[in-house]
Design a protein around this ligand. Structure first.
Ligand code: COD
Ligand code: ZN
Ligand code: ZN
Length: 375
């Protein structure tokens, strides 16, 4: 029997309060309104930004259904929806692509003005929620809300993907993988034969390495204070691995010596001011490009000497790897299907939704690269 047009009762992990575990609840998911899409979520990754919402460093209204790195199948569509239909495999997009704003129209910009990431408002575009639980409205999260069997998103926040794609893997293209990979291929535009340095070897850092490799870098130097991270870094393409704690001198000096004056491209994938400076300093002063991928401590500034840029360096950053989401996600899935990069090295744990709190414990203890929750 079709569920289209009806309220769906299903299981979801609800975050009622800051810094508290999720509780698995029965929620009601209203049908999609015009230009909205209801999706049956099949798999969702546990990402650092979800934890930022739990601990309050990313302020989002509660109670909420969070989660933003997922893949699923369209259950039904609202009036006027043309880009997806029931039965399509899809990935929700935490950075939308409206196609109409100045950023979407710009050839390089990807942070669509309709985004809801920096100041989450907790609703769909029309300002209301489709979720209720125990008679109370439950907020959405950055246009996605994926820790639930069913969710509703705006049409600008969903991309149709290959019908054959394995959803329990390609869900990572919804955030962590694309953020890292795009930082190399799209933001830095790593060139053939170049030397790259990647600071931080979590799931996002490993994805940066994959991007550097795909772009044809000759040397990829991986940097981490945890040497246990080196095995996987090499597996995905690092040519050398170094631990700053093994050296007396600052790591940027070590990298400059290793690269004969400075690397071509460097990436900070940790979210610390000291490593952002080290990454900037280790890139060649006249033509080096340094990309910030890690999210910095909130509401703080990093003092820097502008001379570092006057000599010719470029310092940049981007959300979601600089990819225009609705256009790029289907292509990234196609590239995965064509075996241009793997996702398996990033998935260390698979758990049922009910064990979501365990998934976050694994993230916080550094024991997982990525945990994928299944339904
Ligand atoms: N020097 C070297 N390595 C270090 C240091 C240090 N001082 N401190 C920590 N590290 C290493 C850790 O040992 C660890 O291996 C790595 O850095 C960090 O890895 P994780 O697993 O904590 O992080 P990831 O890969 O999951 O990435 C998360 C980021 C830290 C990059 C986080 O800021 C993020 O997710 N950024 C994505 C930005 C984005 O676009 N977000 C939008 C929605 S998600
Ligand atoms: Zn836009
Ligand atoms: Zn994320």
């Amino acid at each position: 029997m079709s569920t289209a047009g009806k309220v769906i009762k299903c299981k979801a992990a609800v975050l009622w309060e800051l810094k508290k575990p999720f509780s698995i609840e029965e929620v009601e998911v209203a049908p999609p309104k015009a230009y909205e899409v209801r999706i049956k979520i099949v798999a969702t990754g546990v990402c650092r930004s979800d934890d930022h919402a739990i601990n309050g460093s990313l302020v989002t209204p509660l109670p909420a259904i969070i989660g933003h790195e997922a893949a699923g199948i369209v259950e039904s569509i609202g009036e006027g929806v043309t880009t997806v239909k029931p039965g399509d495999k899809v990935i929700p997009l935490f950075v939308p692509q409206c196609g109409k704003c100045s950023v979407c129209k710009h050839p390089e910009g990807n942070f669509c003005l309709k985004n809801n990431v920096t100041k989450p408002r907790g609703t769909l575009m029309d300002g209301t929620s489709r979720f209720t639980c125990r008679g109370k409205p439950i907020y959405h999260f950055i246009g996605t809300s994926t820790f639930t069997q069913y969710t509703v998103v705006d049409e600008i926040s969903v991309a149709k993907i290959d019908a054959d794609s394995p959803l329990e893997k390609v869900c990572l293209i919804g955030c962590g993988f694309s953020t890292g990979y795009g930082s190399a291929v799209k933001v830095a535009k790593v060139t053939q034969g170049s030397t790259c340095a990647v600071f931080g070897l979590g799931g996002v850092g490993l994805s940066v390495i994959m991007g550097c490799k795909a772009a044809g870098a000759a040397r990829i130097i991986a940097v981490d204070i945890n040497k246990d991270k080196f095995v996987k870094a090499k597996e995905v393409g690092a040519t050398e691995c170094i631990n700053p704690r093994d050296y007396e001198k600052p790591i940027e000096e070590v990298l400059k010596e290793m690269s004969g004056g400075g690397v071509d491209f460097s990436f900070e994938v940790i979210g610390r001011f000291d490593t952002m400076m080290a990454a900037l300093l280790c890139c060649q002063e006249a033509y080096g490009v340094s990309v910030i991928v890690g999210i910095p401590p909130s509401a703080q500034n990093l003092p820097m000497n502008p001379m570092l840029l006057l000599t010719g360096r470029t310092w940049k950053g981007a959300i979601f790897g600089g990819f225009k989401s609705k256009d790029s996600v289907p292509k990234l899935v196609a590239d995965f299907m064509a075996k241009k990069f793997p996702l398996d090295p990033l998935i260390t744990h698979v758990l049922p939704l009910e064990k979501i709190n365990e998934g976050f414990d694994l993230l916080r203890s550094g024991k997982s690269v990525r945990t994928v929750l299944t339904f």
